[in-house]
Design a protein around this ligand. Sequence first.
Ligand code: PLP
Length: 439
Amino acid sequence: MTDTQSYLFYQTRTPRPFLDRGEGIYLYDESGKRYIDASSGAMVSNIGHSNPRVLAKMKAQMDKATFGYRLHFRTHPSEDLAAKTVAMTPDGLDRVFFVSGGSEAVESAVKLARQCALATGQGRRHKVISRYPSYHGCTFGALDLTGYDPLREPFAPMMEGMPKVAAPTTYLDRDALSEEERGIRYAELLRDKIEEAGPDTVLAFLMEPIGGASTGALVAPDSYYTRIREICDAYGVLLIFDEVMSGAGRTGKFLAAEHWGITPDIVALSKGFGAGYAPLGAIIAGARLVEPVLDSGGFQHGFTYAGNPLACAAGLAVLEELENHNLIENAARMGEVLKAKLQALMARYPIIGDVRGKGLLLAFELVADRETMQPLPKDWNAHARLVEIAYDLGLIIYSRRTRGGIEGDHFLICPPLVITEPQIDEIMHLLDTALARYA
Ligand code: PLP
């Protein structure tokens, strides 16, 4: 196969070099060019590339069995990974269901919520409220819950159109309220939406605790999270956290929810959970939700590859890396360092309007005017252009232009959790060069 001939297609025809190998935070193409993977791919490779201990554990499992169908056998990797996941998760989340990716995790969470409602005599509950903007995946169910126009529009006539509320984009607000008051104001939008939809028909509220590709690492004021939990409790609405991107240690805690001391009813995990060693995801829920479902005929849902022993062996090895090498603490510490350095860049580049995020889920946003947060003109294609300049320099960053609700070019800087301070300096040097070329 040559560079110019390919039978394969993805979203676009963007030609990219062939990947040769990875090592830690670095990737190398076949010409030998080195890239810093400063976005961990799509916020996936949390423990870095080609970790020899993980590979050895996967090889040991491969030598035994690569697949055993879950209805035919229990396997030690799946049981052990479930136990380890529960041990690393806050109390109250003690049942695990495996899937192979983020969209599957989101849909599984919603289907568990629905079957729990049926099993407990609340059959009218079926509406899932989500936020705008948001990203929850590209399969139909997850897409219907996604607040991102360009992805939804082609398929809008084929979806039900679940209710949405505004995500708290408080960094754009220019009112006289304090941050905490703004957090409450945004949370109260959920109450209004539940009332409008009919409280006895609302099943769940789904949100990314820290927005990922949809909003560029948007963190709400603390008051938002606690008030959201209170509102869900008051209406008997299940709170589902989509931690596909924010989970598995990326924000400096195993779950981002831990930053606010609240426990969602169901959590969706993927990305960093398998960390690119295997397609893997999970939902974690409390026994009080799962047991009634199992008692009333079982969970009518499941994917062929769910819980396969090879993926679970990889996932277990990834969680052991997080634990044995204190990578979650490193994410918290290095996140502070990286964020401070990104903030320092704002003094030199007025085009950077905002730096935000937690741990190593960080982003900056480019704007035309920092005071008014006026976005750059859409046809400048800033998000794509800066990414290409950086890529040429050997720096991989991840970018989107958010549309719908808010507009803006944001850039996620989310290196693997194994990153060191000298490596952060390498990223900053390349980013500075890229911005100087762009500006
Ligand atoms: N949820 C969130 C928050 C995500 O960021 C993503 C992917 O980017 C998904 C769900 C969908 O995951 P996948 O692409 O693995 O289906």
